[in-house]
Structure formats: structure tokens, C-alpha cells
Design a binder for this molecule. Structure first.
Ligand SMILES: NC(=O)c1ccc[n+]([C@@H]2O[C@H](COP(=O)([O-])OP(=O)(O)OC[C@H]3O[C@@H](n4cnc5c(N)ncnc54)[C@H](OP(=O)(O)O)[C@@H]3O)[C@@H](O)[C@H]2O)c1
Length: 211
């Protein structure tokens, strides 16, 4: 069992928190609105706790489930409280009108977060290519959903992979943290598919193994 802290109380916090609680992990929810955190804790399930927004999280794994536009400030607010934690960056730094990225051309979201965090090695990009409703509903047709990950530290990636697998999902390592840029672009791919092909958001991007 892992203790996982989730910063944020929106759709992704609900989806990942519920999967984690169902898998037997201890879940702590932290949101700027304590009432929302308590309400989500009730929804996620018995034993789910809430923590004070900005105070050191209880979990060894900390999921950053806030918009990219605020995540760097949130990481700075937590400061040394995040030291030694495995930080999971699920954000998509995409402009509200989907016209491009919020990050500088020579950077990407996970790198900007890494610069603000106490320890770059412990950052893993994950979950950003899975839609919260799809995650919440779970796999269709017996095929586990793919969760792409990127990070620089093999041990951190092994830990997050084991956690993802415990949720009934399939971890797919894509390489070092620089690959997070590609994962952030994959969200743009997903948005393009919604608009031009699929016409709805209830689908997931994954790997289809041909033998
Ligand atoms: N939705 C998806 O399907 C999906 C898929 C993959 C990745 N993601 C990424 O996952 C992250 C969370 O997405 P979501 O869909 O869960 O978003 P959401 O439902 O809009 O929830 C966002 C959370 O962030 C909090 N928040 C917003 N501004 C804040 C601030 N200035 N300081 C502190 N907390 C703040 C919100 O608090 P309040 O409720 O108090 O406003 C809420 O708890 C985003 O980075 C998103 O890009 C989303």
C-alpha cells in the first residue's frame, strides 16, 4: 500500500483518487477550498483524508492535479514540503483556445515544474494523456488503459509504474523527462482528434501491440 497525496480537488483528483482508494492505497486530498476537499474525500471513499493546502503532504507520491497555469506557484508554495516526494505532473500546458502551449518555446511543462521543485529527479510526467471521465469509468473490452510516463530517475519511474499497475492501468515508459514535451504534445493530438475525427472526448490514446 502506498500513501498518495493529491493536490487539487477537480475531475482528475476524483478519478485518480477513486482508483487509488479502490486499489487499497491511502489517499490524502489537498485543495485550496477545504470544503471541496472534504466533499471529495467522502466521494472517494472511507479512510480518505484531507490535508492543509500548502502544508507538507502525507503521501510519498504527490499528484499535481491543478491547472498548469498555477502549478508552478503551487509547487513553490509547498516548497521543501515536497522534498523527497515523488511528484507526478499530470498537467497539460495548453492555451485555453487550444492554439498552442503556455510554455516557452525552449521548454515544456514538466521542466518548468522541475525547476521550481526541490528535486528534479523525483518528477515523473504521467496521466496527462488520459481523460478524467475515461479514467473514472475504466477500461473497455478488457484492455487496460495506457498511462504514458516520462522521467529521469529509474527508481522513481519503477515506483510510479507499480502504482499505475496497481490501479488496473498499463504504465508505458516513454523515456527521460524530456519526453514529457512529447506527452504534452500528445494532449494536443488528442484535442485535434476530438475536433476533427472522433467528435467527442470519450476515448483514449494507447499502444496497440501487434504480436
Ligand atoms: N480533465 C482531464 O480529463 C485531464 C486529463 C489529463 C490531464 N489533466 C490535467 O490535470 C490537471 C487537473 O485537471 P482537472 O480536470 O482535474 O481540473 P479541474 O477539474 O478544473 O480542477 C482543478 C483543481 O485545481 C484547483 N485550482 C485552480 N486554480 C488554483 C489555484 N490558483 N490555486 C490552487 N488550486 C487551484 C481547483 O480548485 P477550485 O475548485 O477551488 O477552483 C481544482 O481543485 C490539469 O493540469 C489538467 O490539464 C486533465
Amino acid at each position: 500500500m502506498t500513501t498518495i497525496s493529491i493536490i487539487g480537488t477537480g475531475g482528475m483528483a476524483a478519478a485518480i483518487g477513486s482508483l487509488a482508494a479502490r486499489a487499497g492505497h491511502a489517499v490524502e486530498l489537498m485543495g485550496r477550498d477545504a470544503g471541496k476537499a472534504r466533499a471529495l474525500a467522502e466521494q472517494v471513499g472511507p479512510g480518505t483524508t484531507t490535508g492543509t493546502f500548502g502544508a507538507a503532504p502525507a503521501g510519498d507520491i504527490v499528484v499535481l492535479a491543478v491547472p498548469y497555469s498555477v502549478v508552478v506557484d503551487v509547487v513553490k508554495l509547498y516548497g521543501d514540503g515536497l522534498a523527497g516526494k515523488l511528484l507526478v505532473d499530470i498537467t497539460n500546458p495548453i492555451k485555453a483556445d487550444f492554439s498552442g502551449f503556455l510554455t516557452p518555446d525552449d521548454s515544456f511543462g514538466a521542466l518548468e515544474i522541475a525547476k521550481a521543485a526541490p528535486d528534479r529527479a523525483n518528477i515523473v510526467k504521467a496521466f496527462n494523456t488520459q481523460n478524467s471521465s475515461v479514467l473514472a469509468t475504466g477500461p473497455v473490452g478488457g484492455h487496460p488503459l495506457d498511462v504514458f510516463i516520462a522521467g529521469d530517475d529509474a527508481q522513481a519511474k519503477a515506483r510510479i509504474s507499480a502504482f499505475i499497475q496497481s490501479l488496473g492501468l498499463r504504465p508505458m515508459d516513454t523515456g527521460p523527462l524530456t519526453m514529457a514535451r512529447s506527452l504534452e504534445h500528445a494532449c494536443m493530438l488528442w484535442l485535434g482528434l476530438i475536433t476533427h475525427s472522433v467528435k467527442h472526448a470519450y476515448f483514449s490514446i494507447g499502444v496497440s501491440l501487434q504480436g
